[in-house]
Design a protein around this ligand. Structure first.
Ligand code: WT7
Length: 657
């Protein structure tokens, strides 16, 4: 083993057989292996079949793929043409599904519910597409969307795709400065926004941020504002227009042709912050992205025509793009869109919605599961969850303990939990169990989807032995992958293709066990080096979370005279547990017993909250700063993506020196 590799100390042994299903797209491992082999040996044939089965193309492609990671050059379905709005709406209406519900929208207030049919959604999209055109938006122009989780967001996205404009969604929790940077970078012509966001019973103003941002964004000539909360806002004459006014214009044509787009035309840009540097504008294309979105949604959630799919992410993240809007709508299934939060008005909100809408597949993040775990399992038994078939997780490694809690309390010990590994850059899920085929190991994303060549390599790019940690790379192109970093081809190459020439570098540490299962060990930037042993964060955190008193944990390295680095652990307790010195000792022993003395934390600090990004990921970068004694907010680098900056002060106050 080269010293650069990450060491694994975890030994999770539980194994669960997948339940049998009457209608599974991939019913068993033999079928999975068959798909995998086909995609491996005949990738062009496999992806051509998938693209034809899942989508309608207005012009067939000349060549399935033309890719070379050494350049890098990535082209899928070369010269093929299609339109995303047509694929997500028109063709379903033409096929007699006009009355079927496309989106069930649950607003933050319980009584705000809409069942929007494919026909209604199409009507709204056509109208808004014509409005965008009237505002001067055409093929290739960028439109920025800064909106709450309301149906109008999906309408605006699909309207862009209809006329060949590129959308760039900025999560509504971002600040004026973040919005400004993203609009400036992509030079958007139009911004669509709302007066405010409704969140946990409060109205959080948006339009003020918009005014601040747009003061420095000369490319934006119009701003369409949806009235969501009904608060007083400032409307700028000549620039700002109310959504309800523009859609009421009697001169808007009732039809709008779908622009035939080249498969490689830019569908959307989505900025991802990463831990350093300015946000990268991740570019996704039309044909490859939509194929991969439909493909992965269908297989991972085992979706059929009558399914009701609920992905709890915000559409401001890639998870919402792919698994609320594009994947489900391309398949013609019903997608649930939820404006609220899991804990308001009480921690049974998700489960109440499962019962109310008879949801069949449910997809959320470990951060939500751990928060609900902390509130106690009693909140999970108040509702009828019998409609559920598949549970999913995404965003961070799911600790085996959280996986078990999800499986037992929500899945009633019957449902498969699919832990899905992917990134903004990958467009869709790359590594995941298939719910009715893959034997499950809590905490493992299991195996790559057909057509995905994931490997673990050491610092020199050589394959690692079983259970040896290393760099997660993808060896071959897949249709849903990013096509570039907007305006920065050099960064695209350097970030993903330079370190391991000819391969895509994910930036995550991982190991593959003796069964070929993948275990993600955390971002490589977060690795801790204890006495020359490189330890990933995920295993140590999972060991802490497996103690009955712990709800959530984050570990970082702290400088240590002898060991080089020692482990500093931030621990949030479950609602029914109390802080004490005995508990600190017990937790140290627990980690020692679970994974070994090397991983036993030097310091344990109890905290009521952890610094998280607005998408729920723990920001270990900020914790490292706190650990080493920083107290000034300026020291923490870019904290604009931090969900609740006030936790920093609490953490500093509780720091152990
Ligand atoms: C990073 C990508 C994918 C959509 C949401 C996040 C981490 C994501 C898992 C998982 C372990 C995971 C990785 C990855 N991650 N899913 N199932 N197990 N880690 O998208 O913001 O681009 O983040 O999230 O570190 O690189 P993103």
């Amino acid at each position: 083993m080269t010293p650069d590799n990450i060491q694994s100390l975890q030994h999770e042994q539980r194994l669960f057989s997948p339940p049998a299903a009457k209608r599974a797209h991939i019913p068993d491992m033999a079928t999975y292996e068959e798909h995998y082999r086909r995609a491996d040996q005949d990738p062009e044939g496999y992806w051509a079949d998938r693209a034809k089965e899942l989508l309608s193309w207005s012009k067939p492609w000349d060549k399935v793929m033309d890719c070379d990671f050494n350049i890098p050059k990535i082209n899928w379905f070369v010269n093929g043409q299609l339109n995303v709005s047509y694929n997500c709406l028109d063709r379903h209406v033409e096929n007699g599904l006009g009355d079927k519900t496309a989106i069930i929208w649950q607003g933050e207030p319980e009584e705000d519910v809409r069942h929007i049919s494919y026909r209604e959604l199409l009507t709204d999209v056509v109208r808004f597409a014509n409005i965008l055109k009237k505002l001067g938006v055409g093929r290739g122009d960028r439109v920025a969307l800064y909106m709450p989780m309301v149906p109008e967001l999906a309408v605006a996205m699909l309207a862009c795709t209809r006329i060949g404009a590129t959308h760039s969604i900025v999560f509504a929790g971002f600040s004026a400065a973040s919005l400004m940077n993203r609009i400036q970078d992509c030079e958007a012509k139009v911004l669509v926004t709302a007066d405010a966001v409704l969140r946990a019973g409060k109205k959080i103003p948006l339009k003020g941020n918009v005014d601040d941002a747009l003061a420095e964004c000369p490319t934006v000539t119009s701003c369409v504002v949806l009235k969501r909360a009904g608060i007083d806002i400032n409307m700028v004459e000549g620039r700002d227009l109310w959504w309800h006014d523009v859609v009421a214009d009697p001169n808007i044509a009732p039809t709008c042709p779908c622009e035939p787009m080249d498969s490689e035309d830019l569908l959307f840009i989505l900025y991802t912050s990463g831990s350093t540097g300015k946000p990268k504008g991740v570019m996704h294309s039309t044909g490859g992205y939509l194929t991969y979105a439909a493909h992965s949604t269908q297989l991972v959630f085992n979706l059929h025509d009558d399914d009701i799919h609920f992905c709890t992410a915000d559409i401001g993240w890639i998870t919402g793009h792919t698994y609320i809007v594009y994947g489900p709508l391309a398949l013609g299934v019903t997608s649930v869109m939820f404006e609220g939060v899991p804990s308001y008005p009480d921690p049974s909100r998700f489960w109440h919605l499962v019962e109310k809408f008879r949801i069949t597949s449910f997809y959320t993040a470990p951060t939500a599961i751990r928060a609900l775990m902390r509130d106690g399992a009693e909140w999970t038994s108040k509702n009828d969850l019998s409609s559920l078939r598949v549970l999913g997780s995404v965003g961070e490694p799911i600790n085996p303990e959280a996986w078990m809690w999800y499986h037992e309390n929500i899945g009633k010990s019957k449902l498969p939990v699919v832990d899905t590994w992917w990134q903004t850059e990958t467009g869709g899920i790359l590594i995941s169990a298939l719910p009715f085929a893959t034997p499950l190991k809590p905490g493992s994303a299991t195996r790559p989807l057909p057509g995905v060549h994931a490997r673990i390599v050491d610092a020199e790019g050589n394959p690692t032995a079983a259970n040896e940690g290393g760099h997660l790379i993808i060896e071959r192109p897949w249709p849903g992958m990013l096509r570039g970093v907007f305006g920065d081809p050099e960064r695209f190459k350097q970030q993903y293709f330079d370190r391991f020439p000819g391969k895509y570098e994910a930036g995550d540490g991982a190991r593959q066990d003796e069964d070929g299962y993948f275990w993600i060990m955390g971002r490589l930037d977060d690795v801790i080096n204890v006495s020359g042993h490189r330890l990933g964060t995920a295993e140590i955190e999972s060991a802490l979370v497996s103690h009955p008193a712990v709800a959530e944990a984050a570990v970082v390295g702290m400088p240590h005279e002898i060991k080089g680095q020692a482990i500093y652990a931030y621990v949030t307790l479950r609602a029914d547990a109390d802080e004490s010195d005995e508990l600190i000792k017990a937790l140290r022993n627990h980690v020692r017993k679970e994974i070994g003395p090397l991983a036993s934390p030097e310091v344990i600090q109890f905290t009521v909250g952890l610094p998280k990004t607005r998408s729920g990921k723990i920001m270990r970068r900020v914790l490292r700063k706190i650990t080493t004694g920083s107290t000034a907010l300026e020291d923490f680098g870019d904290t604009s993506t931090l969900a609740d900056p006030s936790v920093i002060q609490d953490l500093i106050a509780g720091r152990h020196t």
